[in-house]
Design a protein around this ligand. Structure first.
Ligand SMILES: Cc1cc2nc3c(=O)[nH]c(=O)nc-3n(C[C@H](O)[C@H](O)[C@H](O)COP(=O)(O)OP(=O)(O)OC[C@H]3O[C@@H](n4cnc5c(N)ncnc54)[C@H](O)[C@@H]3O)c2cc1C
Length: 380
């Protein structure tokens, strides 16, 4: 018996690809997802998600799994030279912290349970606007919808020759997952609420920052920021003496980080002329990589994956290319603004002043991509 369902081929098994695959499969599509690596796993350490992506996790039924090993810290604290600038409790803003492996595993489980066919060791080399996908092993496949969710170096995007602009920032970050060591931290600074996210800034005598993010009861995500021009600050494994001299209250967890090789990532923003070409749509870092200042790269990837799946399902097959363009027209402005704001925060280091979760900077965090009336609400 032939399969009468519409068929999607997806390149990339990161947060964007897995979310799109699940949302499409749950809407009756047959979905095959290709991952270049030999196994599906998350790179990196921890992550913060906000309402926009948490609504998507609700909609695909993945929230119980996610909540089993993630947390909402009591406050987001910002310090300059270890002096508290603000402690924002983020009333009315839904947010959670977790490890990347946990988020990835949650999405992988949702994709498998929804019937997505997942193929590891399968590198996509390109796609055509008509929906033909090519693979490194020389094979080809035909799809009604092709999604390029293959990250910042996207082969799907590059094969379509979509013009792009890439902007690099002066700062970058090295990320670690380490044990919480709460008792030891408490012994060093008893008055600190070590369940908070704490953004430790230091601009003088040297630009160094540690973003301290509890991910669950046992694991701590720490991100060490320094300008790329600072050879010692950006060195991996980290220069323990340098970091503990500036942040002595974090010595127990910095010592853990020093035992891990780590990798320094320079911030960058990618902006494309367009996100779609015929039957192909791009989502996530392949379309809109951004600086991590607002912690919205994965959030926008997941929101765009969801809205894309809904828009493609609602369109008749012969109207799909037009429906993809309309999806981009409606959804892209939210992501463009998140990219611009993240870039601005990265360029100015304004976050060091605290009180950052107000006004325009929380637009993306508050967005609800699963609300069918969202564009009316926002237009009003
Ligand atoms: C320091 C830092 C901190 C961050 N913190 C946050 C945060 O707190 N919150 C947040 O929302 N975002 C954050 N982000 C951003 C977030 O990590 C990314 O935006 C997100 O992971 C992008 O997901 P993706 O699925 O688009 O791409 P990726 O995660 O890059 O996944 C792409 C996948 O495609 C695969 N692939 C690549 N090429 C091919 C190919 N040719 N064929 C098949 N498969 C292929 C790759 O192996 C990979 O598995 C942060 C980023 C950085 C650098």
């Amino acid at each position: 018996m032939t399969d009468s369902r519409r068929h999607a081929e997806i390149s990339g098994g990161g947060f964007a690809g897995l979310t799109a695959a699940t949302a499409l499969a749950q809407r009756g599509w047959s979905v095959r997802l290709h991952e270049r690596a030999s196994e599906l796993r998350a790179e990196g350490a921890g992550i913060v998600l906000w309402n926009n992506s948490l609504q998507v996790l609700d909609a695909i039924g993945a929230t119980p799994d996610l909540d089993a090993r993630s947390m909402t810290p009591p406050a987001y604290e910002t310090r300059m030279n270890n002096v508290i600038q603000s402690q924002e409790t983020l009333e009315g803003i839904r947010w959670r912290t977790m490890t990347r492996p946990h988020l990835h595993q949650t999405l992988l489980t949702a994709a498998r349970e929804s019937g997505v066919e997942i193929v590891a060791d399968s590198a996509v080399t390109g796609a055509t606007p008509e929906g033909t996908v090519t693979f490194a092993n020389g094979e080809t496949a035909q799809a009604d919808l092709v999604i390029g969710a293959d990250g910042v170096g996207s082969a799907v995007r590059d094969s379509l020759k979509i013009p792009l602009k890439r902007e690099r920032s002066r700062d970058g970050i090295t990320r670690f997952l380490v044990p919480r060591k709460k008792a030891e931290l408490q012994a060093l600074e008893p008055d600190t609420e070590w369940d908070n996210v704490i953004d430790f800034w230091n601009l003088d005598p040297r630009v160094l920052r540690v973003l301290y993010t509890p991910a669950n009861d046992e694991e701590l995500y720490i991100a060490l920021m320094s300008p790329s021009a600072d050879a010692d600050g950006s060195r991996v494994p980290i220069d323990l003496e340098l970091w503990t001299s500036i942040f002595p209250q974090l010595a127990p967890v910095l010592e853990e980080a020093a035992g891990v090789q780590g990798r320094y990532y320079g911030y960058q923003t990618t902006r494309l002329d367009r996100w779609t070409e015929g039957r192909v749509a791009l989502i996530g870092d392949s379309a809109h990589a951004m600086c991590p200042a607002l912690a919205q790269g994965a959030g926008t990837a997941m929101q765009n994956a969801w809205t894309l799946a809904v828009a493609a399902t609602e369109a008749a097959d012969d109207e799909l290319p037009g429906a993809l363009q309309e999806w981009e027209r409606l959804e892209r402005p939210y992501t463009d603004r998140a990219q611009d704001r993240s870039q601005w925060y990265a360029d100015t280091r304004e976050m060091a002043n605290g009180n950052q979760f107000t006004g325009e900077s929380v637009e993306t965090a508050l967005y609800n991509p699963t609300d069918p009336k969202r564009h009316e609400v926002h237009a009003a």
